[in-house]
Design a protein around this ligand. Sequence first.
Ligand code: TYD
Ligand code: MG
Length: 457
Amino acid sequence: MSKKTTRSLWFCRECGSEHVKWQGQCRVCGSWNSLVEEPTGNLFQPASDLGRPVPIPLQDIDTAAESRLPLPDPELNRVLGGGLVEGSLILLGGEPGIGKSTLLLQLALALKGRRVLYVSGEESERQLRLRAERLPQLNDQVLVYAETQLEAVLAAALDLKPDLLCIDSIQTLSTAEVKAAPGSPSQVRECTLGLLRLAKGQSLPVVLVGHITKEGLIAGPKLLEHMVDVVLEFEGDRRYDYRLVRSQKNRFGSTPEIGVYEMRAEGLRPVVNPSELFLPSGDSAFAGVAVAATQEGTRPFLVEVQALVTPTSYVVAQRSSTGFDSGRLHMLVAVLEKKCNFRLADQDVFLNVAGGLHIDDPAVDLAVACALASSFLEEPIPPDMAFAGEVGLTGEVRSVGRVDARVAETARLGFKHLVVAERQLAEREPPAGLTLMGFGQLVEVFKFLFGPGAQRG
Ligand code: TYD
Ligand code: MG
């Protein structure tokens, strides 16, 4: 009896995870009926059929810095760690309509004097031309190719020898090697592998656009993220104009790093000073408003936090949060109740981070707690004051990372006071015009802001 050499694996259409046999529910993401069978014959070749890479001594490897193509766009340049590395494979993920094609085409059109091959499987040449008409056009060497066959794309890239190859999107490409529909995990994997070999072999930087599933995963196998050198995620709330490019993985730079853009009628404008987007103009003080000195990547900026604490008309009071983790909001409400003697059980609590931005930085805790207290007490916080501190379960104000960058940004924006954890005052001289104030406990911060009688029972 001959042994079967081609075998199948089952892949989840939602999350791309691998399974050795069919089952009704994906054990990784829990989706029902999402497993599809795909042959993986070439995964099981005998070792003798494979090419033999030659191991080389570590110390013989050339350590000259990788050569980079600097980009005219300061945001993307920084997110990538200082330009596009030759031969790197970059995945740009994001929800449909967020602006991935715009960003990529804009990048191609700004790379003056460089030949760029822009492969689009989603839009026709005419649509691309129409889109380009809205964007600043500085590069007349952008070649557009509406093609979905990997083999054709590889041949075009070898012929034309571009300085940059853009694939929009990886889910529309397919190779004749694999008998599965475009966008299926094995197609995405094989096409990415083909492009990876091209990138490394030709020292050509390749940018892949990838779609994101409703769970926020980059569609196609998770494997894709392991294969590429850089994973950038393009995100934002479509109701607002700003967009963020966040590096989730970067073999040639630091993560997480962000770039900020504003979507305009004439394309994406890099926002060099993000505080301008997330801070309100005007300096009148309202109860329930506090400014947080936050940090994304190496980028410090200030953002306004707004709270509304108001007597509930329901049996169970509501807690609602936009742009800030709701579990964390519940925790801060509990700290206010237990450690600061606020009675909030019969109060609805709403929290909003201005601009629709989503913030994970724990340093925003202190501003959130102060905004909640300010709204509850109807006592405004001075508009020239900002906060940077994490709040612990015992009501202590805790130190935060990269405090010097936050101090510098706060001073640069003309704020007079920055409230931090007491421990962070040591050996720190703030820039002229800014006073640093340190506190050990949240109650002390409230006493300072709202007076000694502030903790109403
Ligand atoms: P697009 O780049 O097509 O998104 P993706 O490739 O991620 O699906 O961007 C789509 C949106 O951007 C579209 O709704 C229109 C808007 N847009 C502008 O506001 N200004 C512009 O200059 C361009 C080109 C697009
Ligand atoms: Mg697109």
